[in-house]
Ligand binder design. Sequence first.
Ligand code: 5RP
Length: 262
Amino acid sequence: MDWGMANRLAQLIQSDGRCLFLPVDHGYFQGPTRKLEEPRKTIEPLMPYADALFITRGVLRSSVDPHNTRPIILRVSGGTSMVGADLANEGVITCIDEVLRLNASAMGISIFVGTSYEKESLLNLSKLVDEGEKYGVPVMAVTAVGREMEKRDARYLALASRIAAELGARVVKTYWCENFERVVKGCPVPVVMAGGPQTETELEVFKFVHDGMQKGAIGVNLGRNIWQNEHPVAMIQAIRAIIHEDATPAKAQKLYDSVKNQ
Ligand code: 5RP
């Protein structure tokens, strides 16, 4: 692996081989998502605990101080919205010159396996990998499920994750599911877990993050269950403890309770 690629991956994946990516990219198709209405206010208190931010160029430039930031994974797919005809019909919205100008450590792109736009999104990924490899910029593929949450099972997620790896993604972001080991085993590149919509309790999040880590994930790319929580700083610290300190769900809960009461 070339030095630039290795260096960028090392910025993202920490020396223990694990990572906590904080996605704040949701506005690119959801608009001013709850608790991300003013991105700077959401991002600033969480930044010290994130290993990287997953973000669009617009929010990066407008809402993140270039002197005080974490490594950046630039969201480079989009062009659709919640109210449009089809969320899966994404294109590449940011060119490689911008990625390099913004000093990003990686690019992130969604793929929509099993939709009418499967082929387009997979070709977008492949072309992005060609560009990224030329300049030493890793690509994180996001196995998107759109509104079809029932797709979050091991069979589908293993299929989508493996295809992403086959097409050259250096990291795959997918969802935790029952039998998550099937997803990880079938994917020859590192896997990180997204959180999905906010769960009812914090413990549910701690449990699935812990389970996924035990089953081979290297970390998370987890947004709403952190910053939509009533105590986001407590939440990110508790999840960080599971990832980087092998905390159990019970220990993470204890940490969450103690930080939220400070
Ligand atoms: C949005 C994304 C998000 O980055 C990803 O879904 C993780 O966020 P969350 O934990 O809120 O699901 O790709 O399209």
